[in-house]
Design a protein around this ligand. Structure first.
Ligand code: SF4
Length: 430
């Protein structure tokens, strides 16, 4: 898509990049505002800090200054007043750029000018108040979305199920486990799921272009029996253009040209205890209907620690699940819980986790995520840990454990090694 560069009357260099999935306005390479095609503010880069906005109109700020956790970055959630100030600034700025564009003569840039004006007209159809108003619509469509893997932050989230079917892991507060706010697991009947999809699509509007994959929520959407799962995947096939697998380069190019608003596949969390019946043939059937990758919480390869964490499966269940997925043509994201079991379990955790991960049939389609254990006040985990005399790891020790795991991972072929990344659940927004 065309890129327009021009100088504002105040001397600032402006770039407007009207992409097919987003509009990016940049000033002097030091300030960037990103909007979806419909005009919603999505993110910003300003004064060395990154901002990401959620549909519930919250904004997380991340900066490079040292902070706690696996990312080592400082992060915070902006106050409502700060959110308002940032959004007013974004839309004021976009309004000024649009006004100056109107002054540019027809000799300037041609197609790039037209594309920029069109994109900015969408941006300027939004403002702080409309984003606030949208929050109510969003919260009516979705129950709170607790978590997604980082490579799926820009997926289209569909709540086929709500909550977690187990909800008893001692360290997990994502779905209010063991608290008064516990959210009951619920499966949407096919017709309700189809209505949910249509409401989500209407809500997203043109902003849908920013979403390249489909993520099935919540914690373990694939928990349901295969005969109930398949009709829901067929609904997804009916409602969306999902890129078929196995196309060669030419066929893929033709297919994507014919389906401009396509999704590259379906993704979901899966657990290793409720899916013991699922075999490679089941995953292959789901892969034919678009399933591309599943994310499984290994947490640790140490059987004793896993038990302490309250997981109702063994490390071997994860090995079995990963083998069945891979044999069925579905990639995996394996999540390791850095800091689990504190100082007491640290050595065993590193050794057994690396051993297990190194034995998995992982390749370049797979991820290994290093996710820090975030203990929440009064959790079952903190009670158990206190009783067992477990000292939690400090920030430096967390970094060291993460590095020790990275060093201990060994994948036979460097060109086909899985991506090892961090997953800081405090940085998630949707
Ligand atoms: S860790 Fe996963 S399986 Fe365990 S309670 Fe949390 S969401 Fe459920």
């Amino acid at each position: 898509m065309p890129i327009l560069r021009f100088q504002m009357t105040n001397g600032r260099q402006i770039t407007v990049h009207a992409r097919s999935e987003a509009t990016v306005i940049m000033q002097d390479r030091a300030l960037t505002w990103t909007f979806d095609v419909g005009g919603r503010l999505v993110g910003a880069f300003r004064e060395g800090r990154n901002y990401r906005r959620s549909f519930s109109n919250q904004i997380i700020e991340k900066s490079k200054s040292p902070g706690s956790g696996v990312s080592g970055r400082a992060r915070r959630t902006l106050s409502p007043d700060e959110v308002r100030a940032l959004e007013v600034e974004a839309y004021d700025f976009a309004g000024k750029v649009a006004m100056e564009l109107r002054q540019l003569g027809p000799a300037e840039e041609g197609a790039a000018l037209e594309a920029a004006q069109h994109a900015l007209a969408h941006v300027n159809s939004y403002c702080y108040t409309s984003l606030e108003r949208e929050r109510d619509v969003y919260e009516h469509i979705y129950h709170p979305i607790a978590i997604m893997p980082p490579d799926q932050y820009l997926a289209l989230y569909l709540q086929m199920t709500e909550g977690c079917a187990f909800n008893k892991c001692s360290f997990c507060s994502l779905f209010g486990g063991q608290t008064a706010t516990e959210r009951r697991f619920r499966l949407k009947p096919p017709q309700v799921f189809r209505e949910h999809i249509r409401r989500v699509r209407a809500f997203m509007g043109e902003g849908l272009a920013l979403r390249h994959s489909i993520f099935l929520g919540d914690a373990n959407a694939l928990v349901i029996p295969q005969k109930m799962l398949l009709p829901r995947f067929e609904i997804l096939q009916e409602e969306f253009d999902i890129l078929p697998s196995g196309l060669d380069l030419r066929a893929r190019k033709d297919w994507t040209a014919a389906h401009p608003l396509y999704f590259d596949g379906i993704y979901s969390f899966v657990d290793a205890f409720s899916t013991r019946q699922k075999r490679a043939a089941d995953f292959a059937a789901l892969a034919r209907l678009g399933l591309r990758r599943v994310y499984v919480g290994l947490e640790t390869g140490d059987a004793q620690l896993l038990k302490f964490l309250g997981k109702p499966n063994t490390p071997d269940d994860v090995v079995r699940l990963v083998n069945e997925c891979k044999a069925g043509g579905v990639a995996v994201g394996v999540i390791v819980l850095v800091g689990a079991g504190g100082a007491k379990y640290a050595r065993a955790h590193i050794r057994h986790t690396a051993q297990l991960v190194n034995g998995l049939p992982l390749d370049a389609h797979d991820f290994v995520y290093l996710s820090e254990l975030i203990d929440f006040p009064d959790s079952m985990y903190s009670h158990l840990a206190a009783r067992a005399g477990i000292r939690p790891l400090g920030d430096k020790e967390i970094q060291e454990q993460m590095q020790a795991l990275r060093d201990a991972f060994s994948f036979p072929c460097p060109a086909r090694r899985p991506q090892v990344s961090i997953n800081d659940i405090r940085e998630f927004v949707y």
